[in-house]
Design a protein around this ligand. Sequence first.
Ligand code: NAD
Length: 262
Amino acid sequence: MDLGLREKVALVCAASRGLGFAVADELAAEGAHLVICSRGQDGIEKAAGSIRTHGTEVVAVVADIADPADLKRLYDRAIAQFGRVDILVTNSGGPPAGQFDSIDRSAWDAAVSLLLHSVIDLTRMVLPGMKERKWGRILNITSIASKQPVDNLMLSNSLRAGLTGFAKTLANEVAADGVTVNNILPGYTRTERLEELIEFIGRKEDISPDDVKARWHAEIPMRRLGEPREFAALAAFLVSERASYITGSSIAVDGGWTRSLF
Ligand code: NAD
């Protein structure tokens, strides 16, 4: 299937590793040009070097997506290089884990900046051009936590649900302009972040990494973690020409973990 992504310009946030990197790499493999960001110079340059092997243009920008000035600089760099953004993939690191009692006002504010304001600000920047060209794709990397709360993830569970409401409302507002807005929900996927989480839980509970994984496997009908490339395959489809009639959807890539009907 030709996804129709050749020569499209995609801005993928938080893409030095993990899911963001996998999505950027998949889009480049399909012929898209990329603007990618993360906070560290070395990491984002290394990622860009690897993605360039697909032969498309890749611009690496050091930017903290929780910082509005960095977001503006990121968008301006994309426009300076390509003159447009056809596809926006929002992403970030996960907010800190914790229950209600451990989260103070400043932690809530920081998580709101990271998970909500970053998406809203970037959307505000890319949307006018997408509407003008009558073509655009906005895809938010959220979490299965937006469909089924995960224990100890108060910030993620709360704010991703808020983002889902934002995206669904926006999807309806811009649908007639040829712009789709969707969410893609990772389940337990084998990224560096998950490996760190395995180490953390193992140390905290004095159990082996294999025991941590076994516990997760028991919750997942497929009995294994997901691979970033399995996630990236759906992401590439959702931002493609071929997904032109899908908008306002939240689709999990979770091996069956989410127990809800929809
Ligand atoms: P990861 O830690 O492997 O990668 C995160 C990427 O984000 C890195 O490139 C990092 O440099 C970048 N980053 C972090 N904070 C940033 C910031 N403020 N500004 C710019 N870049 C920033 O994580 P991942 O596993 O790829 O997860 C991506 C998202 O998906 C997270 O929000 C995570 O909570 C969510 N998620 C992941 C899983 C999973 O199993 N991997 C499951 C559910 C949800």
